[in-house]
Design a protein around this ligand. Structure first.
Ligand code: PLP
Length: 406
C-alpha cells in the first residue's frame, strides 16, 4: 500500500469528520433546515427530532440519560459552563476549587479567571508519570471546597487520571466532580455512573465529528447539579445554555458518538498495536529517547517521546511531512516549552525536543513505518552534529561537568 504525504499523526488536536458523519449531517443544512426550537410546525419538529436522536446517541456513549446532555459550541465552552456555572451557583456553600497543573487551558484559564474574582483554587501537582496523587487530593479538600475538576485523559501526554477514585472521594465528601473528558470519550470506555462523575465535557471534533459542537453532561439525580447559565437568552437546553442549536453539527455529533460506541473497542485494539509498534521501532532505532507519562495508564492511540540531544526546532523541520505536535509551543513569541511536560519534571531541552504522536481511525502501519524511519534518520543525523551527544556517549556525565571558558 502506498502512503500519501503529509501524514496526519495529530489526532489529539482534531480528527477528520468520518464520511458517515458527513452523510448524517447533510440533510440538516438545506432540506430539514428548521429551528429546533420552532414547536409549531414540521420544519421545527424535524430539527428537534434530529437533536433528540443525537442527545440519545451521546447519552448512550457515556451511560447518561438524554436529559443530562447540554449542547454547547465545544468543550472550551463546556469547561467554562461547568466550572463557572457551578462556582456561581454554589457560591454560598464555598469558594474553593481543586484542579491540577496539567489541565487543558480551557480549565486552567477558567480557574485563573475565578481566582481574580475571589475564588480560591488549588492546582494539584502531578508525579513523574503525569498522574495526581489521591492523598494530595484528599489533603487539599476543605469545608469550602465546592468543586473538583480533573481531566480524564491528558491531551498532550495521553495519561489517564484515576477518575473513578476521584469520583468516589468527591462523592464521599459531598463535592461536585467535573471532568474534561474530551480526549477519553469515544476512545476508551467512559461511564458517568461507574466513574461517579457529576459533569463531563465532550467535544465532537475530537471524535470524528464536526468542529464547533460540544456537550456538557450534567447529572440530574444523586445529586441534581444546578448551574448558572453563562449565556442568557431564550432558555434553551434546560436554561443552562441559550442559543439556537447547531442542528447539522449536533446530528453529526450524535452519529459520531454512535460510531465510537460501536467501533471503539476494535479501533482501540488496532491503534494500541500500531502505537506500540511505532514506539518499539523508535526504541530499536534510537537510544536516549524518553516516554513522557505513564505507559500503563494511557490512551491506546497516544505516545509522547522526548528525543535527547536534538534541538526541538531542527527536529520538527526534519520531519516536516509528518503532522505532529511538539512540546515547543511556538504560538507565542517567547518559545515557552510545554507546561505539561515541565510539570512532569522534564527540563527545558527535553520538553522542547518532545513529539506527541496521535494515531487515529485512518492511521496505517505503513505510515507508522514511514514516521519511524524518518525520525530515526533525522535524529541520528542531528546527533552526529551534537558535541553533547558525543560526550554523553563517551561516558561523560554532563550534569556534573564544569563548563570552564577558555
Ligand atoms: C480540544 C480540547 C478542549 C477544547 O475543545 P474545543 O471543542 O476545541 O473547544 C478541551 N479540553 C481538552 C482536553 C481538549 O483536548
Amino acid at each position: 500500500m502506498s502512503i500519501t504525504l503529509p501524514i496526519y499523526m495529530d489526532y489529539h488536536a482534531t480528527t477528520p469528520v468520518d464520511p458517515r458523519v458527513v452523510e448524517a449531517m447533510l440533510p440538516y443544512f438545506s432540506q430539514h433546515f428548521g429551528n429546533a426550537a420552532s414547536r409549531n410546525h414540521p420544519f421545527g419538529w424535524a430539527a428537534e427530532e434530529a437533536v433528540e436522536t443525537a442527545r440519545r446517541q451521546i447519552a448512550d456513549l457515556v451511560g447518561a440519560s438524554p436529559k443530562e446532555i447540554v449542547f454547547t459550541s465545544g468543550a472550551t465552552e463546556s469547561d467554562n459552563l461547568a466550572i463557572k456555572g457551578a462556582a456561581e451557583m454554589y457560591r454560598e456553600k464555598g469558594n474553593h476549587i481543586i484542579t491540577c497543573v496539567t489541565e487543558h487551558k480551557a480549565v486552567i484559564d477558567t480557574c485563573k479567571r475565578l481566582e481574580k474574582d475571589g475564588w480560591r483554587v488549588t492546582y494539584l501537582p502531578v508525579r513523574k508519570d503525569g498522574l495526581i496523587g489521591l492523598d494530595e487530593l484528599r489533603a487539599a479538600i476543605t469545608d469550602k471546597t465546592i468543586l473538583i475538576t480533573i481531566m480524564a485523559a491528558n491531551n498532550e501526554i495521553g495519561v489517564l487520571q484515576p477518575i473513578g477514585e476521584i469520583g468516589a472521594i468527591a462523592k464521599e465528601k459531598g463535592i461536585l466532580f467535573h471532568t474534561d473528558a474530551v480526549q477519553a470519550v469515544g476512545k476508551i470506555p467512559f461511564n458517568v455512573g461507574e466513574l461517579k462523575v457529576d459533569m463531563a465535557s465532550i467535544s465532537a471534533h475530537k471524535m470524528y465529528g464536526p468542529k464547533g459542537v460540544g456537550a456538557l453532561y450534567v447529572r440530574r439525580r444523586n445529586p441534581r447539579v444546578l448551574l448558572s447559565a453563562m449565556i442568557d437568552g431564550g432558555g434553551h437546553e434546560r436554561g443552562m445554555r441559550s442559543g439556537t442549536l447547531h442542528v447539522p453539527g449536533i446530528a453529526g455529533f450524535g452519529k459520531a458518538a454512535e460510531l465510537c460506541r460501536l467501533e471503539m473497542e476494535a479501533d482501540g485494539r488496532r491503534l494500541r498495536e500500531l502505537r506500540d509498534y511505532l514506539n518499539e521501532r523508535l526504541h530499536r532505532g534510537l537510544d536516549e529517547i524518553y516516554i513522557n507519562g505513564s505507559m500503563e495508564r494511557r490512551l491506546p492511540h497516544s505516545l509522547n517521546i522526548s528525543f535527547a540531544y536534538v534541538e526541538g526546532e531542527s527536529l520538527l523541520m526534519g520531519i516536516n511531512d509528518v503532522a505532529v505536535s511538539s512540546g515547543s509551543a511556538c504560538t507565542s513569541a517567547s518559545l515557552e516549552p510545554s507546561y505539561v511536560l515541565k510539570a512532569l519534571g522534564a527540563g527545558d531541552d527535553l520538553a522542547h525536543s518532545s513529539i506527541r504522536f496521535g494515531l487515529g481511525r485512518w492511521t496505517t502501519k505503513e505510515e507508522c513505518d514511514y514516521v519511524a524511519d524518518k525520525l530515526i534518520s533525522v535524529v541520528t543525523r542531528l546527533r552526529e552534529m551534537s558535541p553533547l551527544y558525543e560526550l554523553a556517549k563517551e561516558g561523560v556525565d554532563l550534569s556534573t561537568m564544569q563548563w570552564t571558558p577558555h
